[in-house]
Ligand binder design. Structure first.
Ligand code: E4P
Length: 289
């Protein structure tokens, strides 16, 4: 059962509905799920197909993604399921939007993931005007989060998530959890229409500290959520202190979120690398014809 003192919504980060079923059984609740091309490429059915020397056609892989998402949606009908568009650095906003519209029609409770890059933000600006729910992925800086806020001004709370990727910052010795604290602080001066979704979670301390910071949502892999279950679904009190284990602090930036989104410094190399990795994992599932 959901702990009474838990304010943060809990999402599963994964592409296997079997895990969704199991984590609901273990936790007794689940508020949503995030998927991405890499996670879909790790789905056991997809793996099996590849191990048998088979691949998908472009149409088959989209059908497969849709079926996975539909199955998850049926398991968490009251929750949110994030579905990611295919984008490389040269993908234009209109192409992302086209894919997003199609994916949004798959289930009644989807959020469409666009990258926190210039074209992704252009797509986001139009998408929210069209009434689409979105999750801005691959966010690594306050400036990117400020751009998400500004590009989606006017959207209602619940329709826009921003996903700062903390584990990938940790991987390069920067304290990713600082970014969560900073974005939450920066957004305090706003109208609250963007929810902060802590993503790229690697361990239980990321989870516990995200609770303490007041992250609106956290998405965590199955093994992290299972460990939380084993620890009795505890929510830490004020005595909890996060240990950054020697990671370099990320300084707070005074960013004015009332500016136009185009004025922010949106580029981050990890966003570009992340798009490359997602698209190459997706491509690895598709046969060349
Ligand atoms: C979820 O929305 C993200 O795509 C996911 O958390 C990324 O995690 P990773 O950095 O472990 O790939």
């Amino acid at each position: 059962m959901r702990p009474k003192d838990l304010k943060t919504k809990i999402f599963l980060d994964g592409g296997d509905p079997g895990e969704t079923r199991e984590i609901i059984r273990l936790m007794g609740f689940l508020d949503g799920q995030t998927t991405n091309p890499t996670l879909i490429s790790k789905n056991p059915e997809a793996r099996k197909k590849l191990e048998n020397g088979e691949k998908f056609s472009k149409e088959e892989i989209l059908d497969f993604y849709r079926n996975v998402v539909k199955e998850i949606s049926g398991l968490i009908p009251q929750g949110s399921i994030s579905i990611e568009v295919y984008a490389v650095s040269s993908t234009k906003a209109d192409e992302m939007l086209k894919q997003g519209r199609e994916m949004f029609s798959w289930i009644p409770n989807g959020h469409i993931k666009f990258p926190s890059a210039r074209e992704g933000l252009k797509a986001a600006e139009k998408a929210v005007k069209d009434g689409m729910r979105i999750n801005m992925t691959l966010c690594f800086t306050q400036q990117q989060a400020a751009a998400v806020y500004a590009a989606t001004r006017g959207a209602k709370r619940g329709d826009v998530f921003v996903s700062p990727f903390i584990g990938r910052l940790d991987d390069r010795e920067e304290n990713g959890m600082d970014l969560i604290a900073h974005i939450l602080k920066m957004y305090q001066r706003g109208d609250g229409h963007v929810e902060v979704l802590t993503a790229s979670v690697r361990n239980i301390d990321h989870l516990l500290y995200a609770f303490k910071l007041g992250s609106d949502i956290i998405t965590a892999p199955f093994k992290v959520l299972r460990e939380w279950v084993e620890r009795g679904l505890t929510v830490p009190g004020n005595e909890y202190v996060y240990n950054p284990r020697g990671l370099k602090p990320i300084p707070y930036e005074n960013v004015d979120i009332t500016r136009n989104w185009e004025e922010f410094d949106i580029y981050h190399d990890l966003t570009v690398k992340g798009m490359e990795k997602f698209s190459s994992d997706w491509d690895s599932l598709i046969r060349k014809t």
